[in-house]
Ligand binder design. Structure first.
Ligand code: AKB
Length: 314
């Protein structure tokens, strides 16, 4: 069997931090190259400082390590992107185009570039949003994800590049904090609750959004990347569902552990972003094509989050 050499761009981010140990376990520590703009706090395995907006720098790393797979996880998320739309567009698109082009020119075998529920907008059905819904996103992040999906499909059709993608819901994890997203409240709330603090939520209490626990998000990613090429019918990005909940439902679940915990609601500009997104997702195409099934519901996710975060603050 040929050895893989796997480059993870955006390795210090929320998904990279949790994905790298799994890739290291599967392929061996010396076969996973973690890359980011800044060094991580603790380094385990190979790390490269890399600015993926620079095609020469990316090419150099890909050639030096004879990279066979790339996970491109670096992006400016929905809320942060709105503070400087042109900067966010340039960063998100330049890095995606560099990854696609450098992969094509250097015969990288497989590429993973995530999309997001942010690709959907006003004219997609809000409940059980189908795979093939109309895409008219309200944020620059969403616009960049729709463009990324189309560029990925183009590289697959035109050059045969094996690019795969998932439309991630809000990802809930204890390993690291997300940054700049609209779903971030659902991680921050746990950090406050386990410290005995109350929580001020920037979304209203009944804002239903699609979310996914990190274990499910990682399993979906690895299952998609492991699926035989013939099974991949979607070359834009697969809808992916975990569990949908509102801030009020999450608060009630946390209160089963901390009965005195209170959430206060102070919606800000992120409310309009959340209101433009789906509430629940139909991921039946992922199920049909490569057998996707989420394992974590709201109670199980809450238990895991509290179990892992409690010792962090003791
Ligand atoms: C965000 O909130 O921007 C992200 C996402 C849903 O892609 N978590």
């Amino acid at each position: 069997m040929k050895r893989e050499s796997i480059l993870v761009i955006g390795a210090n981010g929320q998904i990279g931090t949790a994905l790298i140990p799994l890739l290291q376990a599967q392929f061996g520590q010396n076969h996973v190259i973690a890359a980011d703009l800044r060094k991580p706090q603790t380094e385990q395995g190979i790390f490269e400082l890399l600015d993926a907006t620079k095609p020469e720098a990316l090419t150099e790393v890909v050639r030096r390590y004879r990279v066979t797979q790339i996970y491109h996880l670096a992006a400016v998320l929905s809320a942060k992107g709105e503070s400087d739309p042109l900067w966010a567009w340039n960063l998100n698109m330049q890095t995606v185009l560099n990854v696609l082009e450098v992969s094509r020119l250097n015969k990288v075998k497989k590429v993973f570039i995530p999309s997001s529920i942010a690709a959907f907008g006003e004219h997609a059905p809000k409940y059980e949003t189908p795979q093939m819904a109309f895409l008219d996103p309200a944020t620059v992040y969403g616009i960049s994800k729709v463009a990324t999906e189309n560029w990925s499909m183009y590289y697959h059709k035109r050059y045969g590049l094996d690019v795969r993608s998932l439309r991630y819901p809000g990802v809930i994890s204890y390993q690291s904090m997300p940054g700049g997203g609209t779903t971030d409240y659902a991680v921050a709330i746990f950090h406050e609750a386990v410290q005995g603090h109350n929580f001020e939520c920037f979304l209203s209490k009944d804002t239903l959004l699609p979310m996914i626990y990190m274990d499910d998000a990682l399993r979906a990613t690895l299952e998609l990347m492991d699926a035989p090429e013939a099974k991949i019918s979607i070359r834009t990005s697969y809808n992916l569902a975990g569990v949908s909940f509102t801030p009020a439902q999450l608060t009630a679940e946390i209160q089963t552990y901390f009965p005195d915990f209170v959430t206060y609601y102070k919606p800000d500009f992120r409310q309009a972003i959340a209101d433009s997104w789906p509430k629940t997702i139909d991921d039946s195409v992922a199920e049909q094509d490569w057998g996707w099934k989420p394992a974590f519901d709201l109670p199980r996710m809450t238990e895991e989050m509290i179990t892992h975060l409690t010792p962090v603050y003791q």
